[in-house]
Design a protein around this ligand. Sequence first.
Ligand code: DX5
Ligand code: ZN
Length: 224
Amino acid sequence: MVQILPSILSADFARLGEDIAKVERGGATMLHVDVMDGHFVPNLTLGPPVVKSVRQITSLTLDVHLMITDPDTFAPIFIEAGADQVSVHYEAARHLDRTVRHIQSMGARAGVVLNPATPVSVLEDILYAVDYVLIMSVNPGFGGQKFIPNALNKIRKLDQIRREQRLGFAIEIDGGVNHDNLTEIVQAGCDWMVAGSHVFGSADPAATVKEMQQIAELATAAKV
Ligand code: DX5
Ligand code: ZN
C-alpha cells in the first residue's frame, strides 16, 4: 500500500517526541530518518543515539536513509539502534551487494538510493536482491528543496522493470514532495513518499499527513 513517510529532518528536534506523536495521530506508519555525515553531503544531522531514543517512543517503522561515506561500518550500528530498514547510496557503497546482504542478515530491510544524476540502469544487477529503491528527487543534504521532475521518469522505469521481471522491491521518493506533485508521483509507480518540510512546516502536521495519505490512496485507485 502507498505510504506517506514524514521526515524528521524538518521536525523540531527539541520537541521530537511531540512531533512524532503528531504524525502518528495523522496515520503515518513509517518514519523517515535522514543521517548525514558532513562528507557525503554538505550537512550534519543525527546519529545512532537519536535513533535509539526514537525507537523507545514509537512503534512506527523506522526508515533510515544513510547519506554517509561509510555505510558498511554504520548500517549495522543503526540497525542495532532500532532501524527497521536502512538505505545506502549507490554512490557511496563500494561493495553494494555485500552491504545489502549484511543489512538483510541482521533482520532489516535493505534499500539502495540513487542521486538525481545517477541512472536507474546501474542497479540492473542488484534489483533482484533489494527490498526497496529510493529515488532522490533533490540533491541530498537539505530539506525544503525544489522537486526535480526527472525523478518521475526514473520511477516509471523502475516500475516497468519491476513488472517485467516480477520483482517485489518497493519504490520510494525523497525530496520536494507536496500536495501538488503527489498524484503524479503515485501514478508513476511510487509506493513510499517521503515528506519533510511540507508536513512539519504546516500548521497541522497530523492533518497534512492524513490529507496526503488520502490523495496518495486516491491516485492509486485511479491508476488501476
Ligand atoms: C535531503 C533529505 C530530504 C528530506 C525531505 O537530503 O533526504 O529530502 O528528508 O525533505 P523535504 O520534504 O523538505 O524536501
Ligand atoms: Zn531522506
